[in-house]
Ligand binder design. Structure first.
Ligand SMILES: NC(=O)c1ccc[n+]([C@@H]2O[C@H](COP(=O)([O-])OP(=O)(O)OC[C@H]3O[C@@H](n4cnc5c(N)ncnc54)[C@H](OP(=O)(O)O)[C@@H]3O)[C@@H](O)[C@H]2O)c1
Length: 238
C-alpha cells in the first residue's frame, strides 16, 4: 500500500496530483479548505495552530497502518497579496507566509516525526516555482516564500542524510500551469503586477501546461528517481 499526502489538493495542480495518485492505486489524503470526497481533510493553513492540529491528528492516525511507500507533497500555495508590499497589510503578509512557508515546515516536520518508525521509502516534495530565483515586481512575498522552501529543502535533506533511514527531500518547480492562480495573475493591472503582459501572452499563445500534464511531469520525475536535496525544474527535463 502506497500513501500520498498532498496539501492543497482541492484544485489546480494539487487536484491533478491527487488524481494521478488515485489512478495509480495510491491511498490519498488532501488537505485544503474546499476539497471534497473521501480523500479530503478540511484544513486552513492560514490558521497556523488549527492547520497544524489537523495535520498532527491525520498523520498520527495514518501512521498506525503499515505502508510500503510514503510521499508528502507540499503543494498548497497562494500568490496573495499581489502588488507592491506597501499596498497590503501585515495580516496579509502573515497569512501568505503561513500558507506558503509555515504549512510546508509544519507538514514536513510532522511527517518525519509520525512516520519515523516506518521502514517504507519516504519522500517529501516541496512544490516551488521559478519565482524562487527570478524577482517579479509585485510578487515579493511569493518569490521570498519559494526561495525559503528551496533553502528549507536543502537543509532538511542534509539533516536526513545522517538519519538511519533517510527521507528523500526535493523541491520541484512545475513550470507554468493553467490554474486559478494563473487566471488571477492575468486579471491584475500592470500597476499591481508589472509583468502581467508576459503571462497574458503565454496564455494567448497556448503555452500553459494543463494541471494533468504538470502532475504527470512531477510524478514522472519522481518515478525516474530523484537525488535528495536537489531542486528540479520540469522545464529542464524536456
Ligand atoms: N500555476 C502555476 O503556473 C504555478 C507555477 C509554479 C508553481 N506553482 C505552484 O504550484 C502550487 C499549486 O498552485 P496552483 O496553480 O494549482 O494554484 P491554485 O489552483 O490556486 O490551488 C492552490 C491550492 O492551495 C490550496 N490553498 C490555498 N490557500 C490555502 C489555505 N489557506 N489552506 C489550505 N489550502 C490552501 C487551495 O485549496 P483551497 O482553496 O481549497 O483551500 C488549492 O488547493 C503552488 O504551490 C504554486 O505556487 C504554480
Amino acid at each position: 500500500m502506497k500513501l500520498a499526502l498532498i496539501t492543497g489538493g482541492s484544485k489546480g495542480l494539487g487536484a491533478a496530483l491527487v488524481q494521478w495518485h488515485l489512478d495509480q492505486g495510491w491511498t490519498v489524503r488532501e488537505y485544503s479548505r474546499s476539497g471534497q470526497g473521501d480523500v479530503h481533510v478540511p484544513c486552513d493553513f492560514s490558521a497556523q495552530d488549527a492547520g497544524a492540529a489537523v495535520l498532527e491528528g491525520s498523520f498520527a492516525e495514518l501512521a498506525q497502518h503499515p505502508w510500503d511507500v510514503l510521499r508528502l507533497i507540499n503543494n498548497a500555495g497562494t500568490l496573495d497579496p499581489i502588488g507592491p508590499l506597501t499596498d497590503s497589510e501585515p495580516s496579509q503578509w502573515r497569512a501568505h507566509l503561513q500558507i506558503n512557508v509555515a504549512a510546508c515546515v509544519t507538514a514536513t516536520g510532522l511527517f518525519l516525526k509520525h512516520f519515523s518508525l516506518s521502514q517504507a521509502p519516504q519522500t517529501v516534495v516541496n512544490i516551488s516555482s521559478g519565482a524562487a530565483v527570478t524577482p517579479y515586481h509585485g510578487w515579493s512575498l511569493y518569490c521570498a516564500s519559494k526561495a525559503a522552501l528551496e533553502a528549507f529543502t536543502r537543509c532538511v535533506a542534509l539533516e536526513q542524510a545522517a538519519a538511519p533511514a533517510p527521507t528523500t527531500v526535493v523541491a520541484i518547480r512545475p513550470g507554468v500551469i493553467e490554474t486559478g492562480m494563473q487566471a488571477a495573475i492575468r486579471a491584475q493591472d500592470s500597476a499591481h503586477f508589472a509583468q502581467v503582459e508576459k503571462f497574458r501572452k503565454l496564455s494567448a499563445e497556448g503555452l500553459l501546461q494543463s494541471p494533468a500534464e504538470a502532475a504527470q511531469r512531477v510524478c514522472g520525475l519522481l518515478a525516474r528517481g530523484v537525488r535528495s536535496g536537489e531542486v528540479y525544474d520540469v522545464r529542464d527535463l524536456g
